[in-house]
Design a protein around this ligand. Structure first.
Ligand SMILES: Cc1cc2nc3c(=O)[nH]c(=O)nc-3n(C[C@H](O)[C@H](O)[C@H](O)COP(=O)(O)OP(=O)(O)OC[C@H]3O[C@@H](n4cnc5c(N)ncnc54)[C@H](O)[C@@H]3O)c2cc1C
Length: 253
């Protein structure tokens, strides 16, 4: 991999949510322009080798710094090293952003109801979209659905409320819907496809999926993405292709 494609950026902060989840911010070079929902390619040297992985940007496209939300995979080539990150360290950042999980991809149906469905760190691109005023202006309903295994994995909850206040300015159609799959006491605790098949998600949200008005994005665990996609198709929603259709997806592995 050619190192000229990267700039070296400084780590400005590290926040640890749990032993296996953390967030960090980097300096943002002036050339790095992205659309909310896109991902960066971040690299670090492991011995002599530059190891690079895709990371959705959490930050607003208008922020001066770049924030990311990371899992720690115990034997992962990248994250078993990245987990030791500290303020002042440097990471490689590929100069261009990538990806099509952006709201601009939707032409039809016109924006009305937005559902953002993420598992684990798959929350990241949605945080960026919610830090873009246009998202709040364009949609009547915005439902952020965030599925984790345990309550301790529910990162960013306070930030989500802050974002809704500062960017959404009290938008009446916003709902944050957490799902905790290993907590039978949680209001919603089944897997996303099940909650769609049995109608519980719509009932909880107070809104139905409608092929004529729904934009729905799925991000994170590929099994969740696949099964949820099928459950939504069974409800008459279609994959978004060349601008038309309801469902857009991004798999993390
Ligand atoms: C477009 C895109 C955007 C991504 N954005 C993010 C992001 O914002 N945050 C992030 O943490 N990861 C993200 N990933 C995954 C990331 O690129 C790496 O896979 C992850 O950092 C682990 O790297 P690794 O080398 O340690 O393990 P890898 O060898 O890459 O992965 C080993 C295994 O770990 C599991 N795994 C990988 N990533 C995750 C994850 N995020 N959550 C749970 N299990 C996982 C899978 O079982 C995978 O097979 C993204 C991937 C893609 C394709």
């Amino acid at each position: 991999m050619s190192i000229e494609k990267f700039s070296l950026e400084k780590v400005l902060s590290v926040h640890r949510w749990t032993n296996t989840l953390f967030s960090f911010t980097l300096t943002r070079p002036a050339h790095f322009k992205f659309t909310a929902g896109q991902f960066a390619r971040i690299g670090l040297m492991v011995g002599e080798e530059l190891v690079v992985r895709a990371y959705s940007v959490v930050s607003s496209p208008f922020d001066e710094t770049l924030e990311f939300f990371s899992i720690v995979v115990p034997d992962g080539a990248f994250t078993s090293n990245l987990q030791h990150l500290k303020v002042g360290d440097e990471l490689y950042l590929e100069k261009n952003p990538y990806g099509y999980l952006t709201l601009a991809r939707y032409q039809l149906p016109l924006p009305q109801d937005l559902w953002l469905l993420g598992t684990g760190t798959g929350l990241a691109p949605f945080l960026s979209m919610l830090q873009d005023f246009e998202t709040w202006q364009n949609y009547q309903h915005i439902h952020l659905v965030y599925s984790v295994r345990t309550e301790s994995e529910l990162a960013y909850v306070e930030r989500i409320q802050e974002i809704a206040e500062s960017f959404g300015e009290g938008h009446a159609g916003f709902k944050f819907i957490p799902i905790i799959t290993r907590d039978p006491q949680a209001a919603l605790h089944d897997r996303l496809p099940v909650l769609i098949e049995n109608g519980e998600l719509e009932k909880f949200a107070g809104l139905e999926f409608n092929p004529a008005s729904t934009h729905i994005m799925l991000c994170g665990n590929p099994q969740m993405v696949e099964d949820t996609k099928e459950a939504l198709k069974a409800r008459g929603l279609t994959m978004n292709r060349r601008g038309e259709g309801n469902i857009a997806v991004e798999n993390y592995w």
